[in-house]
Design a protein around this ligand. Sequence first.
Ligand code: TRP
Ligand code: ZN
Length: 501
Amino acid sequence: MSRSVRLVPAVAAATLVLALTACDDEGAPDASGAPGLGDPYFPKAGNGGYDVSHYGLTLAYTPEGNRLSGTAAVTARATEDLAAFDLDLAGMEVEAVTVEGGAAEFRRDGQELIVRPRDTLSEGETFEVRVRYSGSPRTITDSDGSKEGWLRTEDGALALGEPNGSMAWFPGNHHPSDKASYDVAVTVPKGLTAVSNGELRSERRADDGRTTFAWHAAEPMASYVATVAIGRYTVTRPTVTRTSDADADAEAQVEADTEADAAPDTGAGSGSAAEGGLPVYVAVDPSQVAASRKVLARLPEVMEWAETNFGPYPFSSAGAIVDRPEDVEYALETQNRPVYPGAPDLETLVHETAHQWFGDSVTPKNWQDMWLNESFATYAEWLWAEDEGGATAEETFTELYDHGEDEYEDLWAFPPAKPTTAAHISDSPVYQRGAMVIHRIRTTVGDDAFYDIVQGWAAAHRHGNASTGDFTAYVEQQAPDEDFTDIWADWLYGEGKPERP
Ligand code: TRP
Ligand code: ZN
C-alpha cells in the first residue's frame, strides 16, 4: 500500500529545517569529516569521514512529560584523519561526549552535533564515541507533510525514521548508506513494554517496577528502519519453523505461544530461536488485537511465500508492531518488525514483508534510489494477488496504464528514478510506475529468468547497499540477450507516459 495514496500531496514546502553548518570553522582543510554525504535529496543526512559498525543505545523513557534520556555508544571507523566529525541529532540536550573514553568538545549547529576529540583520529582507526543526552524528543514533519521522528501515542511513543526521523531520538550517521548492528535497551514505567528491532535479549524488572527491555539487531540495519515502540502491547511470540534455515521452499508452520501484556520477568528473552526456528515477536495495541488477529495469523504464510519468490529471509527474527490508527498515519518497513497503523490488511502485510528483502536487506545507496524499495514492495502485492487467483500482474499493469490516473493522479508526473524533489519520494511514480518497470523486465525476460534475477539481486546485495545503476547493470548482465534500452530510457528515467509496450 503506497503512502502516496493516503496523503494529501499538496504540502510541498520542505518544513524540515536543515541549518547550514560551518564545520570547517577555521576555514582550513582541517580533517573534520563532512556535515552531510551529499545525498541528492537530503544533502545534510549522514556525515563524512567515518563508517559506523554498531550503535549501543541505553535509553529510558517516561511518557508523562515525554522525557527521553540515555547514552548512545557509537562504534565507528575513521575513513580519513579526523580532528572533528559530525553526528546527526535534532533537538535533545547533549550533556556529555567522550571519544575513546576521553572527554571531547562538542557544539550544536542545526541537526549537526559536531564533536572534537582531544586527539585527532587516524584514518582506519576504530573508535567509540559516547553521547549522553536527554530531553523531549521531537516529531519531525517530512518534506511531504507526514510525521516521523518521535511520535507520542495514547499510551507511550513510537519512533519512525523514513527518511529523516531517527535523528530525533539518537545521534548517528543518519543516511541509508551507513548500516550497522544495534543494541537498544529501553527502560519504561511499570506496565509498559518497549519493542525494537531484532531479538529481545532480556526483560528485567527493577524494584520500582520499571522494566528494561534489551533488544539486539545483529544484521546490518539502516537507521531509517530502526524503531522503538513504547506502550501497552499484547505480545505474541509464535515461532516460524523451517525444515532448513537456508531452504527457501521449506514448509513453514507456526507454534503459537501467546502471552498476556506485560509478561512477568522471564530474565532470558524470547530471542533464542528453537532449532531452525525463526523467532517472531508481534506487539499489538490492545485496541487492535481483535481486528488484527486474522491477518497477522497469515504472517508465516506470507513469509514463506516471500521466501519462495525472493529467496531466503535475510534476518534472524520477524514480527510486527501494530499501533492505533490515531497514533500513526502510515505503515513502515522497520527492520524485522514492520509498524502498522492499526490492523493491517493483507496487501500491506505483503508490502512490508517484501521490504525486508527490498529496502531493509538491500538498501538504497541514497534517497534517489527509493524506487528500488517501493517498486519491489508494490510489485510483491501484484504477485501476491496473481498467486492468490486475483488479478494477474499483467492485468494490474494494463489497468494502471489505461486508467491509472483515476486513482493516482500524478502517476506520470515524473520517472521513478528521478523524483522531482524530496517532497515527492513517496509519490505514486515511485511505487506504481516503479512496479510497472519491474513488470516490464519480467515480460521481457520471461518468468524463469525474472525470478532468478529477483532472487539473484536480493542475494548479491544482501545486507548491503545498491543504486539504480547497480540494478540496471545487474539486470543487463543476467539477461545479456535482451535489450533494456527503452525500458530504462522511457520507463525508468523518461519524462511523461511511455508508449504502450
Ligand atoms: N516506506 C513506507 C511504505 O511504503 C512508506 C513511507 C513512510 C515512506 N515514510 C516514508 C516513503 C518516507 C518515502 C518517504 O511502506
Ligand atoms: Zn513501501
